[in-house]
Design a binder for this molecule. Structure first.
Ligand code: BES
Ligand code: ZN
Length: 626
């Protein structure tokens, strides 16, 4: 009996130490966490493991009244938990199940990074409850009036947390090295649906209360919420579309290949780890093309072209389910690990579903963008390194074609040098090994050297990794695809330039990439007569394809083609997608009369834009608060 109890005590101790070891393995990744220049948080001392969030959405006051219950793990026995906040009104903070009130302090606020919230904790504290309210100006949130929606009857709310805006609606350690699971309960006015980056409802509830669960650990920039008159339509066994009722059918048709894309992605880089993949189509003020919120991509309605020609965006956001959401850039300087891999993977998914021809055209257009961006930055720009240096700057400044297109091209160089099979085996293994962890550029390089180069000096010299990652510009081993279909467009551009009539151009079978390539290729000083001829023949000014329309409008500003001006004003006052706004305002700002027009449009349009677009255009146009 006695021996048995000693034995069981021994086993008990073994189990205990075993558990501890398990946790240590868990922390391995953490032990190497680096200081994040864009977060005040102290995850190296105490780290958030789970968030239980309760919120009431108030459309009149434009606030969320919320409680964040954080499950934390105190790694070092520290007496303070430091969180990121920006514009939050903190009401009270308590510790533990017994809700013992604890002191807290909010540090000095910076307009970009916000303020540290330092909470006094004990070595054994594992629950921290924060009651707070968001401010109407919370930068992640956009509160839309009914007039800014399709249905015109119900207001709408959506969030955009990447890169460091989650802190404007939830107090968290707001850096991509900290991962946590979450559950949530959100109360909205009856008649509205609430959705999150989590398990989602497919129908409105009667009382407007919704429950959510995200069981895979995610970084804070993937926290997302949307509320509105939203309905759901399935398009596959694990895929469906959410949209305002008036757009649901069109959206579901446009994105009906989603399930095929998930299957293609799985064939290329292994199982989809997030259960469902749904897409939410937002109102047109959404500042991005898409945002890879886990389980629920947020998408701009401007990709609904009526012919599925802009669905590469879905391939892109889906690809983030591996590159970004599974293996996450450790800090924003490593952003290329998210976006470069994603653009590369997007191309692979597109090739699989729509064929090599089509994918090559998109890659070629991306490469043209990269060259234009390089020309703007200059050959030696520090911002043209893949590994960025964003310390002290808004990480939003790192969002450029460098991370996306230079990043993707580097990976194409690797693929070409080793052959697709070897490359794919490597990438698949990388996603598998580092799933649900964060990755620095240096850790990636170590893994790459060990598992891909593996001592092959010929392979290494074909790739020139250091030059790509730590050097400026585009190395000369860049991969350029000579799309045959675009060569044919080159021919038509030549014919147009030598006087061939628009009606005689061989453009009948052109898809969107060919039109974009054509519009980018025609002279920047086209005569007004010829602009009119093009417009009359191809109806660009009234195009329902946002990419083609935006390209045409930019061109129209450049040459002063006045018949397109009403369309410019309409576009800029309805669409808030930054990628379109930037070049259009930039073109307008080049001349004095254009400047005047830009200002008169911006005064009207600005209240309808999301804060991230406002910030960019404010800086371009010289808008100041006074
Ligand atoms: N994650 C990005 C959007 C983002 C990046 C938001 C950085 C905030 C900070 C998203 O996946 C993206 O890249 N969107 C592109 C889509 C395009 C490349 C297909 C966009 O919005 O244009
Ligand atoms: Zn992306």
């Amino acid at each position: 009996m006695k021996r048995l109890s000693i034995l069981s005590l021994f086993i008990f101790i073994l189990i205990l130490t075993g558990c501890k070891n398990d946790q240590n393995t868990d922390h391995k990744n953490l032990e190497t966490t680096m200081k994040d220049p864009h977060s005040y948080g102290n995850p190296d001392e105490v780290i958030i493991r789970h968030l239980d969030w309760t919120a009431v959405v108030n459309f009149e006051a434009k606030t969320l009244s919320a409680t964040a219950v954080l499950t934390i793990e105190n790694l070092t026995g520290t007496d303070s938990l430091v969180l990121d906040t920006r514009d939050l009104a903190i009401e009270s903070i308590t510790l533990g199940k017994e809700k013992e009130v604890t002191p807290f302090r909010i540090g000095q606020a910076d307009s970009v990074f916000g303020a540290p919230l330092t909470i006094t904790i004990k070595p054994g504290t594992n629950l921290v409850t924060i009651s707070y309210q968001t401010k109407p100006e919370a930068a992640a949130l956009q509160w839309l009036s009914p007039a800014q929606t399709l249905g015109k009857k119900t207001p709408f709310l959506f969030t955009q947390s990447q890169a460091i805006l989650a802190r404007t609606w939830i107090p968290l350690q707001d850096g991509p090295q900290v991962r946590f699971t979450y559950s949530a309960q959100v109360s909205v006015p009856p008649g509205m649906l609430a959705l999150m980056s989590a398990s989602n409802p497919q129908k409105k509830s009667e009382n407007g209360v919704y429950q959510f669960k995200m069981e895979q650990p995610i970084p804070s920039y993937l926290m997302a919420l949307a509320v509105g008159d939203i309905e759901f339509k399935p398009v596959g066994k694990r895929c469906g579309i959410y949209a305002e009722p008036a757009q649901l059918e069109a959206a579901a048709w446009e994105f009906s290949d989603t399930e095929k894309m998930v299957e293609a992605a799985e064939q290329i880089y292994g199982p989809y780890r997030w259960d469902r993949y749904d897409v939410l189509v937002l109102p047109p003020s959404f500042p991005f093309g898409g945002m890879e919120n886990p389980r629920l991509t947020f998408a701009t309605p401007t990709v609904i072209a009526g012919d599925k020609s802009l669905v590469a965006l879905i391939a892109h956001e889906l690809a983030h389910s591996w590159s970004g959401n599974l293996v996450t850039n450790a800090v924003w300087d490593d952003f290329w690990l998210n976006e470069g891999f994603t653009v590369y993977f997007e191309g692979r998914i597109m090739e699989h579903v729509y064929g090599r021809d089509f994918a090559e055209m998109e890659q070629r257009l991306g490469f043209e963008d990269l060259k234009a961006t390089m020309a703007e930055l200059g050959d030696t720009s520090r911002d043209s390194h893949l590994k960025l240096d964003l310390k002290g700057r808004d990480p939003d400044e790192g969002v450029s074609d460098i991370a996306y297109e230079k990043g993707a091209n580097f990976l194409r160089v690797c693929e070409k040098a080793a052959g697709r099979e070897k490359w794919d085996t490597f990438v698949k293994g990388y996603f598998e090994k580092y799933a649900f962890t964060s990755m620095t550029t240096e850790k990636f390089i170590t893994y790459f050297e060990e598992h891909f180069i593996a001592g092959d000096s010929v392979l290494s010299s074909k790739i020139r990794l250091k030059e790509w990652i730590y050097g400026p510009g585009i190395p000369d081993n860049v991969v350029e695809y000579n799309s045959v279909r675009l060569l044919a467009v080159d021919h038509e551009i030549k014919r147009w330039n030598s006087g061939t009539k628009a009606t005689e151009l061989n453009a009948k079978s052109w898809a969107t990439p060919e039109w974009l390539y054509f519009l980018r290729g025609i002279p920047h000083n086209e005569s007004l007569e010829r602009m009119e001829e093009l417009d009359k023949t191809f109806h660009f000014s009234t195009s329902g394809n946002s990419e083609i329309l935006a390209e045409w409008l930019e061109h129209s500003i450049q040459v002063g083609y006045k018949p397109a001006y009403p369309a410019i004003e309409k576009f800029l006052t309805t669409v808030g997608r930054r990628k379109f706004l930037k070049p259009l305002y930039q073109q307008l700002l080049r001349t004095n009369s254009g400047k005047e027009l830009a200002w008169s449009i911006y005064v009207k349009a600005r209240p309808g834009y999301h804060s991230v677009a406002v910030k960019t255009i404010d800086e371009m146009i010289g808008w100041s608060k006074n």
